[in-house]
Design a protein around this ligand. Sequence first.
Ligand SMILES: [Zn+2]
Length: 675
Amino acid sequence: MEIGVCYFPEHWSRDRWAADVADMAEAGIDYVRMGEFAWSRFEPDPGSYDFEWLDEVVDLVGDYGMEVVLCTPTATPPKWLVDEYPDIRQEEQDGTVREFGSRRHYCFNSPAYRAETERIVSDLADHYAGHPAVVGWQTDNEFGCHDTLRCYCDDCATSFRNWLRGRYGDVETLNEAWGTAFWSQRYRSFGEVDPPRHTPANHHPAHLLDYHRFTSDRVADYNRLHADALRGADDSWFVTHNFMGDFSALNARDVSADLDFASWDSYPTLHAQTRGETDPALNPESEAAQRAGDPDVTALNHALYRCAADGEFWVMEEQAGDIRAFPYSAEPADGMLRLWSHAAVANGAATVSYFRWRRCPYGQEQYWGALCDHDGTPDRGLRAAERVAEDLDTLPELGPVHGDVALLHDYDSLWATEAEPHSQDFDYWAHLRTYFRALRRRGATVDVVGPDADFAEYDGVVAPSLYVVTDDLATRLAAYTEGGGTLLLGARSGYSNESSRFRDDPAPGPFAPVVDSTVEQHESLAPGVEARVEYGDVTYDARIWSEWLSLDGATELGTHKAGPASGSSAVGRTNHGSGTAAYVGVWPSLGLADRIVSDLFADALPFTDTLPERVRVARRDGHTWVLNHGDTSVDVNAPETASVLLGDATVGPHDLAVLDVPPDALEVSPTSQSD
Ligand SMILES: [Zn+2]
């Protein structure tokens, strides 16, 4: 459990480096990440390398006992390379070329760019192989940032056709699978299939789904090219990549198969503002969100990347202050920079690396805050980082996080519902987060897993919008339930096969005999259309998506109470084998989601009531972090045998405590007001 920092020595004069590196060591930094966008410094002219400047800083970092993470510089091909190979530039759907002048302007399927990538990565790797201070590499930077994962150029068209040949074998199989009889879209050969470029109306959903799979596959393949070159030079290095929060276009589990662990870049105030949260109780423009972020947005991504590759992850970029990120960027509340770091560690992070050491006085990110200001003076972030380094030194080294409940996150379902949302408010991540939030408000430890996970490891599985389902996945989830597991299927599950085509049987398709229910009607709800569900003796709001269920052996738990759905079933539950299965036919409000998960997963929930607002706990290796993102203090009632390793029994606003007992040993309640 260590801290790091991102450093760009190429932004500063050489006579500053020694002082910066000395200050990093003084602050308790363990890792320094460098080289991320420095291609034009590594290779100022074609074939003419200059690594001497980085050698000096790498040696300096090593002299202070810190370790170096280097980055392949491929997110920023230099101007001479773009001029020499203009075809490497990305093309948008309407043919607009993405020009040099920012970053990520290259196409993943350009043969020329792949060859240039292999050359620069291999030469860099050979140069640093065996260096005692260099311990690992980050491949590229944020694959797909700025909506660059999907390109529509001629190289992509050629590569897509080859990918389709590999998937379908002959074009008639593709025509049948996609359903190209619709709108006269039949193809006579793979050579006729284009990327889904600009069209008058929306594209065929099967075409889009395959393009999304293809583009993700090709980026995984491009990442593999980096990983192979790096490991070929020095197999003691770790290889990772810095993914992004709630990022849809890239299958992080596929990429992580070639990584030692996944990393991600965590900017809580940015994510809280922009992540499709439509629950009116979670106003992204509130002061709470602006200054403290949304604890469940951040934690869902911690859990996703923790589970992407064997249970360990890094935060490669942790927010260190105000950031140049739209729409707004308030200064974080006092305490939050430290709290976010602890939340990452509590959720399983091995290392939290701050972005960045010094605010750069020029360039596109001059407003992006750092541990130090642009004149080198310590900023609020540095004081927080120093405190975190001290905190982590006082804690024992803890093992990985294991969740009790699995939240099933499926890229095929995400892409298919993104291609055919049927509601402008249908955000796959936000639907997932409704259940994640409900579970976390009662202290559950939740893993975010893919369809290949071993479900038997979990007390419960929650699968919201498992829209695209294979027979194999349906069989495995049915077996999990038969064997005693508890399965919650959320609305819009079991609709489609792998080509985004409705299955022959009514939704939830292969799950109907598991949940003993079918979907009679479905509707997407505008904000002005009322939807209410009576559950027990309380009526809750629902929103965005509603289904009217026909129960065939299931017990009705929820009943529609508004509009033409009134009187029909909304939530059903049944026994399947020795387990339990439920189907929730609405996008529930947080109150309804809380009620449902409390009924289904009581054994996995440490608390019989919800935690105080914006307070979360996180369990790691028998220890509990109490993380107070709110504006008022809370009291932690622990058994006498428990030790408070950090903090106090009263946890103030934007503060935390760490105890050496699991959450179910604790009570957490708002501090009572004294008279
Ligand atoms: Zn392209």
